[in-house]
Ligand binder design. Structure first.
Ligand code: FAD
Ligand code: NAP
Length: 884
C-alpha cells in the first residue's frame, strides 16, 4: 500500500533530531512528564509550569495541536461552536484571539493551538517527534521509567497521559487493504501537502463525521467519487457562518459567568435544558421543537430537542423520523435516500455529524453511494475495490474509518504498574478507572479525559480544563502535605464504575455499537466508555472527592502521618437520575412539608404532582366511588389493553395517611398496569388528621371487600384479588392482609408493599442514616405519624403490622425497600419477619433509590427494573392462585 504521509507524520519514526524551537527542554529534570501536546498537553504543561513543577511534554507529532495537527483532511472542522471550543483559563488569552467562523476549520484551530503554545512559551518544554513506547512504575524509587522511540529513559515522579481520545487510527479491517497500488489516504493521518483529486476516481470508505465532512469537498474536485457506507449516520445542518451574534453578546456581557455556566452545563456549552417530553407532547409542539432543533445548527441542541429522547426509544424515534424525512426531501434518488436513512441506531447513540452539504452531494452526477449492508466489500485489489460482483477501479482511496477511541492511545503504550500488572491486562475486559483520572494499581499515573470521564460526551475544552486543574491541584496538595505517591483505592474505583454503569443503563447509548462502546474495533471489549452523567454532575463529583479529603485516594510519603493516609469510600451511591430528581426538588426551595399545616402541605403536593408526566396510556381508566364506613370512597380503575376479565389489584396511595387520593399515583399505576397486565383499582381513604387511626385502615378493608364482591363489574376475575400500596398505602395493604386473614376473607392472592412503614417506633438505623436529604425525611415521617396516630396507638398492629403477634398464613408478599429511605430497615424487618413466619416473600432492596424514586415513572428511569419486578410479582401472585 502506498500510504502517502507527510514529512511530519513520517518523522514520528524518530528520523529527525529531537529539537524544538528553543530546544531547551533537555534542561529539565522533570518531576512530571506529560505525554501529548494537543490541547490537553498544552494546558497541562502551562498549568504545571505556573505551579512551579518541572515538566516536560512529549509528542509523536512534529508540532503542537494533537487532533488538529493530524486530521488535516478537506472539510475538517469542529462540531462544537468555536466560541465554546476554546480555552477559558486565561481571560487575556480569550481577548487576544478571535474566531472567524461559527465552526472554525482545522487550519484555524491548529493556528490557535500554535498561538497558545507561543503565547506561553510552551515549545521549549516539548519534545516533538518522539513516541513514549513503554512506562514502568518503579516501586522502590516511587518513579515512572518512560522509554521513548528515541531510546531515552525518563524517570519522572508523575506521568500524565494527555494522549487523546481520538488519536489512534483504527486499522482498515478490510480484506486486501494493503494491496491497492494507487494513492491511499487516512483522514486521521492526512498529509501536510495539498492533495489534488482533480480528474481522479476516488473512493471514500466510512461515513462517520470525518467521512461526512470530507465527502462534499472531494466530490467537488474528483472526476468521480464512490462512497462506501456501512452504517448510515445521522447528520444535522451546521449552518456555518460568522460566529452567532447572540452567542457573542452573551459572552461579552459577562464572560466569566458564561464560562462558569459552561462548566456546570450538561455537555460543556451553556444551553437551556428542554423539559418537554417528546412522548407526551402534542403534535404541534413536537413539530415546533423538531424544527427548532434542526434550524439551530448545533449538535447539543439536536441532542436535547426532547427531554426524553436519550432515554426512550419512542421519543428518540420522533427525532429519527424527522431527520429521515429531511434526508428523503434532500436526496433526489429515492433508493439512495433510503440507503442514507439510518435505521439501526437511535439518534445520538453514534455521534451525529454536522453537515455542510453532505446529503446534497448525492444529487451530483459524479457521486455514487455503495451500501455495504446490501453489498459488502469483497476485497481491495491492486486497482480498486470489488463489491457486489463489480470491480470498481480507483486512483485514490480515502479511509475515514475512525479510531481505536478512548483507550487506544493508552494501551498502545506498554504501561506496567504495581506488582508487574500491565494496563493492557487490567483493561482486557474494558477500562476501569476512578473518575477517569486514575486507575488503581498505577500510582502517580493520570489520564486526561480518560474513560469514565465526560470526555467525548462533552465540549472537550471544558473537560480538558477541568481535568488539568484537578490534577494540578492534586499535585499541589501532595506537595503541601509531603506526599509522594497517590493512587485510587479499589473500593472507590469499583464504586465509580458502578455509577458509570448506572448512568449508561438509563440511556439508549449502551445498546448501540459505536466507538463510544468499543463496538467499532473488532475484538474490543464492549461498554460505554465516556461518562454520560453530564459535565455538571461529573464536576460536582470531582469537587466533592476533594472536599471530602480526597475520598477514595490513598497518599503515601514522608509527610503523611503513619506513612499512608486514605479516606476510603464511594463518592456516588445514589442512582444518577434519583440524584437529578433530588437536585431539581431542592432547587424549588420549597418549605419543609412538616412546617406546614396539613391543608397547605396537601396543596403544595398537589401542585408538584401537576408538573409530572402523566404516564403512558393503559387500555382504559374509569373513576367511580364505593361505599366506605365513613362515606363514599373515590376510586380509579386502570384496565389493561387486553380483553377483560383480568386479575384485580386493590391499590392504596402514598402520602403519609395525610395527603393523596385515588389518582395521586397515576403515572406509576399506568406503568404497573401496562407492565403487569392486571387491572388495578386505586382507592382513596380518609385522611388524617381529620380522620385519625384507625379510619384509613377501616376504609382499606372495606374497599378490598367491596372490590372482591364487585370483581366482575370491575372487569376482574372473581377470586383473583391482590393488594398493593406505596408508603402509607403499603402499610394499609399489609394491615388489610392481617384483617382478612383473621376476619373471614376475602382471599388475597398476594401483597405488594412498596416502601411500607411497618413499625411506629421510628428507631431504626435507616431513620438516622437516611433521615435528611433524600426526599422523605425522619422529621416528616414523625409529622405523618403524629397526625395519623396517638402515641399510644402507634404500636397497635393495625398501625404497625410488624408488631402483630402472628404473621403466619398471610398472603405471599413482595416487599420493596430502598437503600436511601428512612423506612428501609422496617421494610426489611417486615420481609424478614414474614419469611420467618413461613410466608412466601420476595424482598427487593432498590440500590441507590429513595422512598419516592421508584414511583417517579419517566423521571427516574433507573426505577424501571424495580417497577418491572413489581409487575412480575403481581403476575406471579395470580399464577400461584391459578395453579394453587
Ligand atoms: P489529542 O488532540 O488527540 O492529542 C493527543 C496527542 O498525544 C497527539 O498529538 C498524539 O500524537 C500524542 N500522543 C498519543 N500517544 C502518544 C505517545 N505514546 N507518545 C507520544 N505522543 C503521543 N472535540 C470537541 O469537543 N469538539 C469538536 O468539535 C471536536 N472535533 C473533532 C474533530 C476531529 C476530526 C477529531 C478527530 C476529534 C474532534 N474532537 C472534538 C475531539 C478532539 O480530539 C478533542 O477536542 C481535543 O482536540 C483532544 O485534545 P487532546 O489534547 O486531549 O488529545
Ligand atoms: P467514526 O465515526 O468511527 O466513523 C468511521 C466510519 O467508517 C463509520 O461509518 C464506519 O462504519 C466506517 N468503517 C469503519 N470500518 C469499516 C470497514 N471495515 N468497512 C466499512 N466501513 C467501515 O470515525 P470518524 O468519522 O473519524 O469520527 C470519529 C469521531 O471523531 C467523531 O464521532 C467525532 O467525535 C470526532 N470527529 C469530529 C468531527 C467534527 O465534526 N468536529 C469530525 C471528525 C471526527 P460503522 O459505523 O459501520 O462502523
Amino acid at each position: 500500500m502506498a500510504l502517502i504521509t507527510s514529512q511530519a507524520s513520517r518523522s514520528g519514526h524518530a528520523t529527525r533530531p529531537a529539537t524544538t524551537a528553543s530546544g531547551d527542554y533537555r534542561a529539565d529534570a522533570p518531576d512530571v512528564v506529560v505525554v501529548g501536546a494537543g490541547f490537553a498537553g498544552l494546558y497541562m504543561l502551562h498549568r504545571l509550569r505556573t505551579l512551579g513543577f518541572s515538566v516536560r511534554a512529549i509528542d509523536a507529532a512534529d508540532d503542537v495541536g494533537g487532533t488538529w495537527y493530524w486530521n488535516r483532511y478537506p472539510g475538517a472542522r469542529c462540531d462544537i461552536t468555536t466560541a465554546d471550543y476554546t480555552f477559558s483559563f486565561d481571560p487575556e488569552l480569550e481577548k487576544a484571539w478571535t474566531w472567524s467562523e461559527k465552526y472554525a476549520a482545522q487550519p484555524e484551530i491548529l493556528r490557535y493551538a500554535q498561538f497558545v503554545a507561543d503565547r506561553y512559551d510552551l515549545r521549549r518544554s516539548i519534545q516533538f517527534g518522539t513516541r513514549v513506547d513503554q512506562a514502568r512504575w518503579d516501586e522502590a524509587a516511587g518513579r515512572w521509567h518512560l522509554n521513548t522511540s528515541r531510546g531515552e529513559t525518563l524517570t519522572p515522579r508523575f506521568c500524565i497521559m494527555a494522549t487523546g481520545c481520538l488519536s489512534i487510527p483504527k486499522e482498515p479491517d478490510i480484506p486486501g487493504a494493503g494491496n491497492f497500488k494507487g494513492e491511499v489516504y487516512s483522514t486521521s493521518r492526512w498529509p501536510h501537502e495539498r492533495i489534488d483529486f482533480t480528474g481522479k476516481r476516488v473512493a471514500v470508505v466510512g461515513t462517520g463525521s470525518s467521512g461526512i465532512q470530507c465527502i462534499p469537498l472531494i466530490a467537488q474536485q474528483a472526476a468521480h467519487l464512490t462512497v462506501f457506507q456501512r452504517t448510515a449516520n445521522f447528520a444535522v445542518p451546521a449552518r456555518n457562518g460568522p460566529v452567532a451574534q447572540a452567542r457573542l453578546q452573551q459572552l461579552h456581557a459577562d464572560r466569566a459567568a458564561y464560562r462558569q455556566a459552561a462548566k456546570f452545563s450538561r455537555a460543556g456549552v451553556p444551553m437551556p435544558i428542554n423539559m418537554v417530553y417528546g412522548r407526551y407532547a402534542p403534535p404541534g409542539q413536537r413539530t415546533q421543537l423538531l424544527n427548532q432543533g434542526w434550524e439551530s445548527g448545533e449538535l447539543i441542541a439536536a441532542y436535547g430537542i426532547f427531554a426524553d429522547q436519550a432515554l426512550f426509544e419512542d421519543a428518540n424515534e420522533l427525532v429519527c423520523d424527522f431527520v429521515r424525512d429531511k434526508i428523503r426531501a434532500t436526496v433526489a434518488d429515492p433508493a439512495t435516500a433510503e440507503a442514507l436513512c439510518p435505521k439501526d441506531h437511535p439518534f445520538g447513540t453514534k455521534r451525529p455529524c454536522l453537515d455542510s452539504g453532505y446529503y446534497e452531494t448525492y444529487n451530483r452526477p459524479n457521486v455514487r453511494l455503495v451500501d455495504l449492508k446490501r453489498t459488502p466489500i469483497g476485497a481491495i485489489t491492486a486497482t480498486g475495490i470489488d463489491v457486489g460482483g463489480e470491480s470498481l477501479p480507483f486512483d485514490a482511496i480515502v479511509f475515514a474509518t475512525g479510531f481505536d477511541a478512548m483507550t487506544g492511545a493508552l494501551v498502545a503504550v506498554d504501561i506496567g504498574g504495581r506488582d508487574g500488572q500491565t494496563l493492557k491486562h487490567k483493561w482486557a475486559h474494558g477500562p476501569r478507572s476512578y473518575l477517569g483520572l486514575m486507575t488503581a494499581g498505577f500510582p502517580n499515573l493520570f489520564t486526561i479525559t480518560g474513560p469514565q470521564s465526560p470526555s467525548a460526551f462533552s465540549n472537550m475544552m471544558v473537560s480538558i480544563e477541568q481535568h488539568v486543574d484537578w490534577i494540578g491541584d492534586c499535585l499541589v496538595h501532595m506537595q503541601q502535605h509531603e506526599a509522594s505517591v497517590v493512587e485510587p483505592t479499589e473500593t472507590a474505583e469499583s464504586g465509580w464504575m458502578q455509577h458509570c454503569d448506572d448512568c449508561a443503563a438509563i440511556t439508549l447509548h449502551a445498546r448501540t455499537s459505536s466507538w463510544y462502546t468499543g463496538g467499532n474495533v473488532p475484538g474490543k471489549p464492549r461498554g460505554l466508555m465516556p461518562y454520560i452523567g453530564g459535565v455538571d454532575a461529573y464536576r460536582k463529583a470531582c469537587d466533592e472527592v476533594v472536599g471530602r479529603d480526597y475520598l477514595g485516594f490513598a497518599f503515601t510519603g514522608p509527610g503523611v502521618v503513619g506513612g499512608r493516609s486514605c479516606n476510603d469510600g464511594v463518592v456516588r451511591r445514589l442512582q444518577p437520575d434519583v440524584m437529578r430528581a433530588l437536585e431539581m426538588f431542592a432547587a424549588l426551595s420549597l418549605p419543609a412539608f412538616e412546617s406546614l399545616p396539613p391543608a397547605g402541605a396537601r396543596e403544595l403536593m398537589a401542585q408538584l404532582r401537576g408538573r409530572r408526566p402523566p404516564g403512558l396510556p393503559v387500555g382504559a381508566t374509569q373513576d367511580g366511588t364505593l361505599p366506605g364506613p365513613g362515606g363514599p370512597l373515590e376510586f380509579r380503575l386502570y384496565r389493561p389493553a387486553t380483553p377483560r376479565p383480568h386479575p384485580l389489584v386493590v391499590y392504596f396511595h402514598g402520602g403519609g395517611w395525610v395527603w393523596g387520593g385515588h389518582d395521586s399515583d397515576d403515572p406509576m399505576l399506568h406503568d404497573l398496569c401496562r407492565r403487569s397486565g392486571v387491572a388495578i383499582v386505586s382507592v382513596n381513604y380518609r385522611h388524617a388528621p381529620e380522620a385519625r387511626f384507625p379510619c384509613a385502615a377501616a376504609d382499606a378493608l372495606c374497599a378490598v371487600r367491596w372490590a372482591g364482591e364487585h370483581a366482575h363489574e370491575l372487569g376482574g376475575i372473581p377470586g383473583q384479588l391482590a393488594v398493593a400500596g406505596w408508603s402509607a398505602g403499603a402499610n394499609l395493604a399489609a394491615v388489610v392482609c392481617h384483617r382478612v386473614r383473621d376476619e373471614g376473607g376475602p382471599r388475597i392472592a398476594g401483597q405488594l408493599l412498596l416502601t411500607p412503614p411497618t413499625d411506629g417506633n421510628m428507631t431504626t438505623r435507616s431513620y438516622i442514616e437516611n433521615g435528611g436529604g433524600y426526599g422523605l425525611t425522619s422529621a416528616l415521617m414523625r409529622w405523618f405519624w403524629g397526625h395519623y396516630c396517638d402515641p399510644a396507638d402507634r404500636l397497635d398492629p393495625r398501625a404497625s403490622p410488624l408488631r402483630a403477634t402472628s404473621l403466619s398464613n398471610l398472603p405471599p408478599a413482595m416487599v420493596v425497600t430502598c437503600e436511601f429511605d428512612p423506612l428501609r430497615d422496617e421494610g426489611r424487618a417486615y420481609a424478614a419477619a414474614l419469611a420467618k413466619a413461613g410466608v412466601a416473600v420476595k424482598e427487593l432492596c432498590a440500590r441507590g433509590h429513595t422512598h419516592m424514586s421508584p414511583t417517579m415513572v419517566d423521571i427516574v428511569i433507573s426505577g424501571e427494573p424495580v417497577r418491572a419486578q413489581m409487575a412480575d410479582a403481581l403476575r406471579g401472585f395470580f399464577s400461584q392462585t391459578q395453579t394453587g
